[in-house]
Design a protein around this ligand. Structure first.
Ligand code: G
Ligand code: G
Ligand code: MN
Ligand code: NA
Length: 253
């Protein structure tokens, strides 16, 4: 396809860009971190959904160069944001294929060295699909990232397959609760009860819980009452380019 043909050039020659969405504390009511989200505006076809081109990259053996670009760019842009004296975490989405390629730890290490970003501020976001790969070495790689000082989060938690027994063994610090859980919490008591049990699960396992897809103040109120620590969504802000982050972060709430 046209997209598959043009993707390598976009990765190598500056065709991609990153936007950042704030993550806020439920109590603190300030921005505690941002999540980097990759964008590709095709010169002819227009914006391509990330699911689509990340999927293409995975099929065409381009996931490592794509993710390297994301890691290098996000850590460099974030280090510049922090030069203003801010203390914010950076979340980067990782493809399980990058873990399987056995070079994620190396690539993360290089990006941290080049940018000067402290490891404790980098959160690596993996999806539940790591749970479907029963290769113990993937867990060992995640544990290595923890040992480096990085935060590891499980993204889209609850969206698909997840084994609770397995979750307890994962070297994960943060659960990012899929937005499917959040959408009805202000109107559906059972939905709220479910979110409450995920918050409790996180507490039991010593993991922070981030509610994703929070769009309204009513949803935030329910999350406060359920003891959820962090939120992300249109309510905290839409994803913006790095240049707009200082205004978003400093002018929050
Ligand atoms: O923000 P947005 O709607 O564009 O994100 C769509 C999906 O693409 C989300 O599941 C998100 O996790 C994924 N995504 C966004 N940026 C990246 C990235 O840099 N790498 C990977 N692997 N996935 C990403
Ligand atoms: O899978 P991941 O959580 O990494 O993807 C983040 C995706 O969620 C991005 O596509 C982002 O644009 C989208 N998103 C962020 N906040 C909201 C929200 O409040 N509502 C909806 N519907 N989507 C959101
Ligand atoms: Mn994510
Ligand atoms: Na998610």
């Amino acid at each position: 396809s046209r997209l598959a043909r043009d993707l390598p050039g976009a990765i190598e020659r500056g065709g991609l860009r990153l936007v950042y969405q704030p993550v806020a504390g439920v109590q603190e009511r300030r921005v505690l971190g941002v999540e980097a989200l990759v964008r590709w505006d095709h010169p002819v076809l227009g914006p391509v959904p990330p699911e689509e081109f990340v999927g293409l990259a995975e099929d065409d053996g381009l996931v490592v160069p794509l993710q390297r670009w994301v890691l290098e760019t996000a850590t460099a842009e974030h280090a510049r944001l922090l030069a203003g004296g801010r203390d914010l975490k950076l979340g980067v989405n990782i493809s399980v294929r990058h873990l399987q390629a056995r070079c994620l730890v190396e690539d993360v290490t290089r990006a941290l060295e080049r940018s000067g970003l402290p490891a404790r501020l980098l959160m690596i976001e993996v999806t539940e699909s790591v749970l479907m790969d029963d290769d113990e070495r993937l867990l060992a790689e995640l544990a290595e990232l923890s040992a480096l000082g990085c935060i590891v989060s499980l993204d889209d938690f609850g969206k698909g397959y997840s084994s609770l027994a397995y979750l307890a063994r994962l070297p994960v610090d943060v659960l990012k609760m899929d937005r499917g859980f959040v959408s009805g919490i202000d109107t559906d008591p059972r939905g709220a009860a479910l979110v409450g049990s995920v918050v409790d699960l996180g507490r039991t396992l010593g993991m922070d819980v981030v509610a994703e897809g929070v769009e309204t103040a009513a949803q935030r109120e329910v999350l406060v009452s359920l003891g959820c620590g962090f939120l992300q969504g249109w309510l905290t802000g839409r994803p913006v380019p790095a240049a707009e982050l200082p205004a978003v972060v400093d002018g929050f709430d």
